[in-house]
Design a protein around this ligand. Structure first.
Ligand code: P6P
Length: 322
């Protein structure tokens, strides 16, 4: 295990050295994400002052109003990732279709990202985040993004909260790095992150209870209440998943009568977060199948999401599993 305090770049390079055939492409790819995240963090931290709060007046492919910080974060990521030359294609929550950077024509990887998830919380100063998912390039078009989640090469998020953290996995466990703004470096603060086998928290928007499709879901939540669980729901996926990764328990965004496939997107929310939770010893399911086994059919498709500690996920499936 790497020493606490080692910086992210050195950690990534040491990971590369463990793979004799590595070409350095993934290293460069991850470092370009890191660089973009530092710029986004600086914009997020001063958003209230820089007059970039508030709605940009446009709506994205999800039909959601786009806030200026969303647009800015999306542009920063597109510029930095395209310029790295390490990505053949980029897919973003903010783009209807993938883009194919000129410098990435011979690149080995593709990346899907949510540039600033939880953006409805920007104006009220609640933690928000960037989520990313990296796959190997397998072809020349959108099929690159329609790969099962278990095939991800790397996945991670950056949470802009009380501190800025970079949490990621390349398939060998999960490590968390905290930004030291005084030196502009992410330093290893959470080595080899593991979910507790069982938590004490459930995280779900109970306001939607009347719309839940499976009535056994309410029975499951009531069972947790009877066991003395507490409820924590921030309404920003990165923040709710980050807490679940550290404290355990369960986070869910189920299908309901309004969102019949759930609200969260498979490619750049559910799949990368499920990869991390699974790498950290937890589980992730739609309630019917393991999220990492789903073969996407569309880059913006939505899925029901339940992820967290083994105990709570197994208990959930005993109530709602097919
Ligand atoms: P609701 C934020 O808009 C988001 O996409 C996720 O970050 C979050 O988990 C979810 O939506 C919250 O949705 O319907 O509970 O407000």
């Amino acid at each position: 295990m790497a020493d606490i305090g080692i910086d992210l770049n050195r950690f990534i390079l040491e990971e590369e050295r463990k793979h004799p055939n590595a070409t350095g492409s993934l290293t460069q790819a991850l470092m370009s994400i890191e660089a973009a995240s530092k710029i986004i963090a600086s914009q997020v931290r001063k958003a209230g002052l820089a007059g970039i709060l508030g709605k940009a007046g446009k709506t994205n492919v999800q039909g959601e109003e786009v806030q200026k910080l969303d647009e800015l974060s999306n542009e920063i990521l597109i510029d930095m990732l395209s310029d790295s030359g390490e990505f053949y294609a980029l897919a973003s929550e903010e783009l209807d279709e993938p883009i194919y950077p000129e410098k990435g024509k011979n690149a080995k990887y593709v990346i899907a990202f949510d540039p600033l998830d939880g953006s409805s919380n920007i104006d009220v100063n609640v933690s928000i985040g960037t989520i990313f998912s990296i796959h190997r390039r397998i072809g020349d078009g959108v099929e690159n993004f329609l790969q099962e989640g278990y095939k991800q090469v790397a996945a991670g998020y950056i949470i802009y909260g009380s501190s800025t953290m970079f949490v990621f996995s390349t398939g060998n466990g999960v490590n968390g790095f905290t930004l030291d703004p005084s030196v502009g470096m992410f330093l290893l603060s959470h080595p080899d992150m593991k979910l507790p086998e069982k938590g004490k928290i459930y995280s779900i928007n109970e306001a939607n209870e009347k719309k839940w499709i499976d009535e056994n879901l309410k029975k499951f939540i009531d069972a947790l209440k009877d066991e003395g669980y507490t409820s924590r729901y921030i309404g920003s996926m990165v923040a709710d998943v980050h807490r679940t990764l550290i404290k355990g328990g369960i986070f869910g965004y189920p299908a309901d009568k309004k969102n019949v496939n759930g609200k969260l997107r498979l490619l750049y929310e559910a799949s990368p977060m499920s990869f991390l939770i699974t790498q950290a010893g937890g589980k992730a399911t739609t309630g019917k199948e393991d999220i990492l086994n789903i073969k996407p059919h569309e880059i913006h498709q939505r899925v029901p999401v339940f992820l967290g500690s083994k105990k709570e996920i197994d208990q959930l499936l005993s109530f709602i599993g097919s």
